[in-house]
Design a protein around this ligand. Structure first.
Ligand SMILES: Nc1ncnc2c1ncn2[C@@H]1O[C@H](COP(=O)(O)OP(=O)(O)OP(=O)(O)O)[C@@H](O)[C@H]1O
Ligand SMILES: [Mg+2]
Length: 326
């Protein structure tokens, strides 16, 4: 029995073979809690729906729900119970009983809606802390089911669970890489020899590439070379600006200070460096770095066996060139 009536219709026809096989392996190995996190439009929901298509016969029940309208946990649980009950008329007292008696796959999407804005990433809204307890139960109690969480931000408590419990996994979803060429091919863009450059500039992000491709078709008649002229240090954002803003406006005060500083640096910074002219204490600095990583805005890159940190180039462009004075 499958309930995907609340799931959007999305295309996920390119790439993602590695991610799908990783997720399948985790599910085969009885993983009970999987968190998929990454920027908006990177393809989290599309990937999960593709996964469901491939594994649906392995489950007795599959249900997808979004937290878009910020439901209380009790309402979500009632909704699940209703689904299980109408499907097999066997009323059990708690969701976990269903997860024990049957092999169920539950997907909770758009988790960022229950996190605070203006604080470090993944802090549950005050009335929604019980979600954290529910996730912990699912990760730690014994049953035969799997919960997939999809979010813009990785909550710290789930990161801790992953370190302590073998049945918990986290996937940080990145761009499509080479496979993003299919998007450009599908839209009949010109100058194939420059596609790699275009994909690198926009990090293989499917939704951003769809948007930018429309601009290239509309204003440059599909000529990628013309579009990329002088873009080396000044990446065109256009319709991406509101999307970038929706991420930046969620940051805490310390994250804003740090990301401004990171955007002003030419090089990747190592952890021993710290902004000298900011009022951040060492611990605020470290917390803010972790938090930005949990939002996918800062990446860790090893150089000479030492961790360095790099701000996402599209965000760097926005911060350095937008006139809203971020
Ligand atoms: N592998 C893919 N191949 C082709 N198109 C894709 C792929 N992945 C995502 N897309 C397209 O990119 C867009 C964004 O995907 P999706 O809605 O899954 O992102 P998301 O990460 O769930 O974003 P949000 O966090 O805002 O919900 C969709 O239009 C989708 O069809
Ligand atoms: Mg989504």
């Amino acid at each position: 029995m499958i309930d995907l009536k609340k799931a959007p219709q999305l295309r996920c026809n390119y790439g993602r073979t590695l991610e799908i096989s990783t997720l399948k392996k985790w599910i085969e190995n009885q993983t009970q809690l999987i968190t998929i996190y990454g920027l908006s439009g990177i393809g989290k929901t599309a990937l999960t729906l593709k996964l469901i298509e491939e594994i649906k016969t392995e489950f007795d029940y599959i249900i997808y729900r979004s937290l878009d309208n910020i439901p209380q946990l009790i309402d979500i649980k009632d909704d699940f119970k209703q689904f299980f009950f109408t499907s097999q008329s066997n009323l059990l007292s708690d969701i976990i009983d269903y997860l024990r008696s049957y092999r169920c796959l539950i997907i909770l999407d758009d988790l960022e809606n229950i996190f605070k804005i203006g604080e470090l990433s993944g802090q549950y809204l005050t009335e929604y802390k019980n979600y954290g307890k529910f996730f912990k139960q699912i990760a730690t109690l014994s049953h035969q089911s799997c919960l997939i969480l999809i979010s813009w931000e990785l909550p710290p408590d789930l990161e801790i669970l992953e370190q302590d419990h073998q049945y918990t996994q986290i996937l940080s979803l990145q761009g499509l890489g080479e496979d993003a060429k299919e998007i450009l091919r599908h839209k009949d863009l010109k100058n194939q020899e420059m596609w790699n450059q275009l994909i690198n500039l926009y990090q293989g992000h499917p939704s951003w590439l769809n948007i930018i491709t429309s601009t290239i078709l509309e204003l440059f008649d599909g000529d990628v070379e013309l579009f990329l002229e002088d873009q080396e240090n000044n990446i065109y954002l256009g319709d991406l600006e509101p999307i970038i803003e929706s991420h930046l406006q969620r940051l805490s005060a310390s994250e804003k200070k740090l990301i401004n500083w990171l955007a002003s640096q030419n090089e990747r910074v190592n952890i021993a460096q710290k902004p000298t002219n900011s009022e951040l204490s060492k611990s605020e600095f470290l917390q803010a770095i972790k938090s930005l990583m949990r939002r996918g805005l800062v990446d860790k890159v090893p150089i000479d066996k030492r961790s360095h940190f790099k701000i996402h180039p599209i965000f760097k462009q926005y911060i350095n060139h937008s006139n809203i004075g971020f």
